[in-house]
Design a protein around this ligand. Structure first.
Ligand code: FAD
Ligand code: MLT
Ligand code: ZN
Length: 496
């Protein structure tokens, strides 16, 4: 069956043996090998020590890896992968393990290749803003690295304190800055990848323009570790904006989001850098779990949803003037689209308003077990999808404290990306069966995408056909077979 339970192993892979550990000891120092196998040379670690690698961020998917390897160099990665390919040991590349679709943990006892020890910046050019870094660099550390040069990373997400740049590229993560800086398909200039047979594909260029045939690196962006191990990333970092502001707008009706978005885009034009959405249920959860500071009760009264608008520009006075003019226009309108707007007045307030939006993921997971559907659909239907799901669960008799506690919607309006989260007391087959294929069919009816930014991972392999036709899936399989004929690289992810 699909869904929560792990599917059967599609093909046979070898388990890691003591002989394999002996070989890995010729490649890596002892502390870079974590294994529960009873080796003679090093004491085995207790299985619980591997929990953080075997269990995903949501606590929804759990693997049974006996061994985690932590190489420090591309050469070491190459030697490990080559050995695994020859021995037909399946490999799960792992970054910060913050993925939300079960892609970063084994389905069975695959070997986990953690990039955590490959965390050096290789170079940064403050003139071009091109950063070359090891794949295991944590996103926040790269943000901190380029900050003194007045640059920022082109990507930002709630998991920035743990996720790796390699993981970001492998998932083609979207996040909070996509509206302004576009997707990683544009910002990534080059990659270094270890292919499943151990070959190092060195495409770590830092050229803005390079039309020399097929752009191979694009295949690894969003491949979720199924085609190779990304070991280095070359990335274009934008100059830091001179001024940033944000405002939370409380809306009486969801129907106002679309006209509001048009108005905001027109009024703020080049300084608009984010337009993020949270519905009332998501806001209430964020507040309940201490994410950011609650707005004044009178500001949220009667609000059906909220929009966070961020501006990033070159001159503070100019940006502030634009934003306050916009607020005055919105509030002074004959039929206002918003009830109220709360403008941040200090860096602390700026962060606190962002926390209300960014913190929803954390809040949802504190509240219960989240069934997460990350979908692209036309903005006009965001609310319909949330409401229909709630209604459907109600009809199935699954709403209530002991089953589904909340159905919430939030996301990236500017990107047409809704996060539909069903927060339940536990992960159960009953809820799972009520949600799928219901949600996927709904998305498909709008010709939407069943994965806007989180990927397919293990969660959605069976549902890929809702968003990709047979021709596309057949081509994906052919590409997989070219790169990874033995299928060792993250098996059971993306493609069944
Ligand atoms: P992991 O979780 O370790 O791995 C994810 C996938 O990439 C796996 O399939 C893994 O095999 C593969 N992989 C990892 N590293 C490599 C590598 N070096 N080479 C090859 N394959 C590799 N996602 C968004 O898109 N937008 C968001 O706004 C967003 N916000 C989030 C907020 C929170 C609080 C959390 C917990 C998650 C969020 N995510 C978001 C999901 C997740 O953070 C992203 O998918 C992120 O890019 C994963 O990076 P990671 O290093 O943790 O990768
Ligand atoms: C977000 O936009 O907050 C992230 O994609 C994480 C999530 O979907 O919860
Ligand atoms: Zn998101």
């Amino acid at each position: 069956r699909h869904g929560l339970l792990v599917r059967g192993r599609a093909r046979h892979f070898s388990s890691v043996s003591l002989a394999d550990i002996d070989h890995f000891r010729t490649v890596l120092p002892p502390h870079a090998i974590l294994t529960t196998l009873p080796t003679v040379a090093t004491a085995p670690v207790a299985p619980a020590e591997l929990d953080q690698y075997n269990r995903d961020w949501m606590g929804k998917y759990t693997g049974k890896a006996t061994t985690v390897l932590k190489p420090r160099t591309t050469h070491e990665v190459s030697k490990i992968v080559k050995w695994c390919n020859e021995r037909e040991i399946a490999v799960v590349p792992q970054g910060g393990n913050t993925g939300l679709v079960g892609g970063s943990v084994p389905l069975h006892d695959e070997l986990i290749l953690s990039l955590a020890s490959m965390n050096n910046v290789r170079s940064f050019d403050p003139v071009s803003g091109i950063l070359i870094a090891d794949a295991g660099c944590i996103l926040q550390s790269l943000t901190d690295y380029v900050a003194p040069y007045n640059h920022i990373m082109p990507i930002d997400l709630g998991a920035k304190g743990s996720c790796h740049i390699g993981g970001n590229v492998a998932t083609n993560a979207g996040g909070l800055r996509l509206l302004r800086y576009g997707s990683l398909h544009g910002s990534v200039l080059g990659l270094e990848v270890v292919l499943p047979d151990g070959t190092v594909l060195d495409q770590l260029t830092s050229l803005r323009k390079d039309n020399t045939g097929y752009d191979l690196k694009q295949l690894f962006i969003g491949a979720e570790g199924t085609l190779g191990v990304i070991t280095g990333v070359s990335l274009l970092t934008p100059p830091a904006p001179q001024a940033s502001n944000n405002v939370i707008l409380a809306l009486p009706h969801f129907d106002n989001v679309q006209p509001l978005y048009r108005k905001v885009k027109r009024a703020l034009s080049e300084i608009l850098s984010a337009f993020e959405f949270i519905d009332r249920a998501a806001y209430d959860l964020a507040v309940k779990h201490g994410q950011g500071r609650a707005l004044n009760p009178e500001d949220v009264e009667g609000a059906e949803c909220f929009v966070l608008v961020e501006t990033s520009g070159g001159r503070r006075e100019h940006d502030e003037e634009k934003l306050t003019d916009l607020l005055a226009e919105l509030l002074g309108a004959e039929k206002p689209l918003i009830n109220t707007g709360v403008l941040s007045q200090s860096p602390a307030q700026f962060s606190s308003l962002w926390a209300l939006r960014e913190g929803v993921t954390e809040a949802v997971s504190k509240e219960g077990k989240a069934y997460k559907y990350d979908i692209s659909i036309p903005l006009a239907h965001f609310k319909t999808v949330v409401d229909s799901t709630r209604k459907h669960l109600g009809v199935k008799g699954l709403l209530g404290d002991h089953a589904v506690k909340h159905v919430v919607g939030y996301g990236h309006v500017g990107d047409g990306n809704l996060h539909l989260n069903i927060v339940a007391a536990a992960y159960t087959d009953e809820i799972q069966d009520a949600l799928e294929p219901f949600v996927y069919e709904l998305v498909s009816s709008y010709r939407g995408s069943i994965s806007a930014e989180h990927g397919i991972g293990a969660m959605k392999t069976h549902a890929l056909h809702y968003s990709k036709d047979e021709v596309s899936i057949a081509l994906m399989r052919k590409i997989k077979a070219i790169f990874d004929p033995r299928g060792i690289m993250n098996p059971g992810k993306v493609l069944e």
